[in-house]
Design a protein around this ligand. Sequence first.
Ligand SMILES: NC(=O)C1=CN([C@@H]2O[C@H](COP(=O)(O)OP(=O)(O)OC[C@H]3O[C@@H](n4cnc5c(N)ncnc54)[C@H](O)[C@@H]3O)[C@@H](O)[C@H]2O)C=CC1
Ligand SMILES: CCCCCC(=O)/C=C/C=C\C=C\C=C\[C@@H](O)[C@@H](O)CCCC(=O)O
Length: 265
Amino acid sequence: MDPQGKSVFLTGGAQGLGRGIVEKLLSLGAKVLFCDVDVERGKATESELQTQYGADVVFFHPADVSDDEQHKAAFGMAVSKFETVDICVNNAGILNESNWEKVMAINAGAVIRGSLLALEHMRRDRGGRGGVIINVASIAGLNVNPACPTYCASKHAVIGFTTSWAMSPGQKDHAVRWCCLCPDAMETSMLKVTDIHYPEMLEEYLKDNGVMSVSQVADAVMKLIQDPDNNGAILEVTLKKGARYRRRQVVDRDGVNDLVIMDTY
Ligand SMILES: NC(=O)C1=CN([C@@H]2O[C@H](COP(=O)(O)OP(=O)(O)OC[C@H]3O[C@@H](n4cnc5c(N)ncnc54)[C@H](O)[C@@H]3O)[C@@H](O)[C@H]2O)C=CC1
Ligand SMILES: CCCCCC(=O)/C=C/C=C\C=C\C=C\[C@@H](O)[C@@H](O)CCCC(=O)O
């Protein structure tokens, strides 16, 4: 899908990756309404982006996406501003191993709610125009890491949910494309989080694998949006290997036990 002239709803856009994606979409001619729980930063970002791209193409709406009513109101605001939402990016996420309920509510719960809101609005078999749903997971959704088991669980949930909907027998009638983004570590405020187990493990991990710029990952999101044939895609983005599609392959090794491996294509 060409972002030019399209309408976008994005969560967690005040800073970090969310803001990076908003900026790329605006530069490609899309209109964006983003929400965030950080009201001060959200307003400041809105004002900076309106100055750069125009007051009628980017809007901030305060919302905590772990709250059902606030999340629905924010999505509804995008629909009422633009009449339709073509692209929904469920990006808001946290890393906090001291509060697993909150992590699951934001990283998994709000991604599920946001996806279902978008599906209901977009699905062509119920009068919508079709669209794309991009759910932000992480490399942590493909791997395991003892420093952040709850975060890993929440990101595995995002991938399972998104790729399952992508395989729905009704997907062609819905005309809604489902994609997951799995970046490795990026230079955002999340890197300052200390509420993790064994911080030295993550420090070591970051030393070995490096840290990407937000812009590099936001470029990969444009690839996900623009590729019309990638329903069910899991796009991994790492410093060493760049952006590449991954898929789960079931290998029948001995006629009895299936082995699930991650394949690249
Ligand atoms: N920074 C990294 O290394 C990586 C981050 N990710 C994922 O990327 C996404 C964005 O994270 P970053 O930009 O790195 O973090 P960030 O902390 O810089 O930005 C996250 C934004 O989401 C907002 N947010 C948090 N909870 C919210 C809520 N309940 N309702 C509404 N907004 C909320 C925050 O206020 C913030 O503006 C997350 O899903 C994260 O898990 C994935 C892989 C690597
Ligand atoms: C599971 C591995 C990759 C996961 C990538 C991801 O989705 C998110 C990573 C986010 C943050 C990682 C932070 C690591 C921090 C530690 O190195 C910590 O000890 C840093 C302390 C910073 C400080 O004291 O200012």
